[in-house]
Design a protein around this ligand. Structure first.
Ligand SMILES: [Cu+2]
Length: 511
């Protein structure tokens, strides 16, 4: 069993600090001792400690790299006309086999975990009827979507049990890997943990002309962590407002899967759909004996990053590791032709320990001819400039209320915190005044990162972004253009427990 896992994300972005751990208990002031006993999170000394550390339960006894990677099915439209594809999704509970021989109750789009992938083309309208067949209120937000405010899935615009809502997505944005997930007030963390997340992929002609790997060689990888009870059910620490770090890593709902690959290029669209856990991705060529047998190979081949949250980077970037915070996406190309048959390449998490240090394994298995390429230039990413205003956004914890706050304030749906003018460009300084990392997310816009603590971001962070990890005591400046729609949109921390308790605010684009 790992120890200290639940607090691990505190240390994910540099500045490891004992002080970070001190922040945790204040969040739990509302739990009674009886609640805590029921949840098994109160230790002998009466201190609140994570459930796993008391009971030592880990319902997942699966050895790594035994279960083949599952790929979420692509959802088919129910109706298509000249401009629009219509979909219908049934949101419902289901019993699925995640751990071998055990059943897990999930909440899933069409009863699937993860949800089915929606694939569309830039400029084509998509209407998704989301039918709520759960017993609780939920809603759906298209993360990274450029959509009208009434279709953005604000936290109080929920779908009651037994009813539905039609979400309209115009897809007037470039090819990118987005995702859809629940965003219901105070319950997002639980709802996403139960399974409410899926890929939403936009394609366009610019990208198509590049001849990147496609079809079965274009693979979405949704990385999540979960805690399993002995009976296979999810364990969700509902009263922990700091976050949850599970000890089982899932990719597309499969625990530490193995993926048989051909000796050719693959495109991987990697999404961190975890509630709270940050990762740092790296490739590693298997075991020591293999490294000895293949001394001509680097044990740690670089990752070739081609994309970020909002689409392709200008040029491919070779990185030895890639950090990926909650809700962020990175797209990479891995050319397995560089490895001999039989190679076993592990996708590692450099921030993990024990089971959480290894995400999945690629087994180089089949011969196949290469039909894709990796061009040296991907697409133009014009640099935003000409900001009319700089706003300061401070992320901290209100110790009195035990709530995560933005500019000292807890979320209030009646309050608007910023009113950018339609068509204007603004610089936002995101200032982290706490000792934990916060994945800061803005709805509506794709922004660019100007600098971190005054230093230009690494090349992999120079593309379009909708979420940026702001490390402990770090200040990140971002620039965004507010265009297309007037109305209210959310900005918030995407650690889902922070978001639920109450690190969320609104901006309103005004004429
Ligand atoms: Cu946060």
């Amino acid at each position: 069993m790992e120890t200290g896992t639940v607090m691990q994300y505190h240390h994910s972005w540099g500045a490891a600090s004992g002080a970070a751990r001190m922040e945790a208990p204040v969040n739990r002031r509302k739990i009674t001792r009886r609640d805590a006993l029921a949840l098994g999170i109160v230790g002998a000394a009466g201190l609140f400690v994570p459930v796993r550390h008391v009971l030592g339960i880990d319902g997942n006894t699966t050895a790594p790299f035994q279960i083949p990677l599952r790929i979420p099915p692509v959802l088919q439209p129910t109706r298509v006309d000249a401009t629009t594809d219509y979909y219908e999704v049934d949101i419902k509970p289901a019993r699925v086999e995640i751990l071998p021989g055990k059943q897990t109750t999930i909440w899933g789009y069409n009863g699937l975990f993860p949800g089915p992938t929606l694939k569309t083309r830039s400029g084509r309208n998509v209407v998704v009827r989301q039918v709520n067949n759960l017993a609780v209120e939920i809603n759906v937000h298209l993360h990274g979507g450029f959509v009208a405010p009434e279709h953005d899935g604000g936290p109080n615009e929920v779908i009651a049990p037994g009813s539905y809502r039609d979400y309209v997505y115009p897809n007037r944005q470039i090819a990118s890997t987005l995702w859809y997930h629940d965003h219901a007030m105070h319950q997002t963390a639980r709802n996403v943990y139960m399974g409410l997340g899926g890929f939403y992929i936009i394609e366009d002609d610019v990208e198509k002309q590049l001849n990147l790997p496609r079809g079965e060689y274009d693979v979405p990888l949704m990385i999540q962590d979960r805690i399993f009870n002995a009976d296979g059910s999810f364990s969700f620490p509902a009263h922990n407002h700091d976050g949850v770090n599970g000890d089982t890593i899932l990719v597309n709902g499969t625990p530490q899967p193995v993926f048989k690959v051909a000796r050719r290029k693959y495109r991987f669209r990697i999404l961190n759909a975890s509630n709270s856990r940050h990762y740092e991705l790296a490739l590693n060529i298997g075991s020591d004996w293999r490294r000895r047998r293949l001394p001509f190979l680097s044990a740690r081949p670089p990752l070739i990053q081609i994309g970020s949250d909002g689409g392709l980077l200008q040029v491919p970037v070779a990185r030895s590791t890639i950090p990926i915070g909650v809700a962020e996406r990175v797209e990479i190309i891995v050319d397995f032709a560089q490895f001999p048959f039989g190679s076993q390449i592990i996708l590692e998490n450099k921030l993990g320990r024990g089971k959480t240090a290894e995400i999945m394994r690629f087994d180089v298995a089949q011969a196949v001819s290469e039909d894709s390429s990796l061009p040296s230039t991907l697409r133009t990413v014009p640099a935003l400039s000409g900001a009319s205003i700089t706003r300061d956004i401070e992320l901290s914890m209100n110790l009195e209320r035990g709530e995560w706050v933005i500019n000292g304030k807890s979320f209030d749906p009646q309050r608007v915190d910023a009113q950018p003018k339609l068509g204007s460009t603004e610089v936002w300084r995101i200032i982290n005044r706490s000792n934990v990392a916060h994945p800061f997310h803005m709805h509506l816009v794709m922004f660019q990162i100007l600098d971190r603590n005054g230093v230009r971001p690494s090349a992999g962070e120079t593309g379009w972004k909708d979420t940026v990890t702001v490390g402990p005591s770090e200040t990140v400046r971002i620039i965004a253009k507010f265009d297309g729609y007037t109305g209210k949109y959310m900005f918030h921390c995407h650690n889902l427990q922070h978001e639920d308790h109450m690190m969320m605010a609104q901006f309103e684009v005004v004429p």
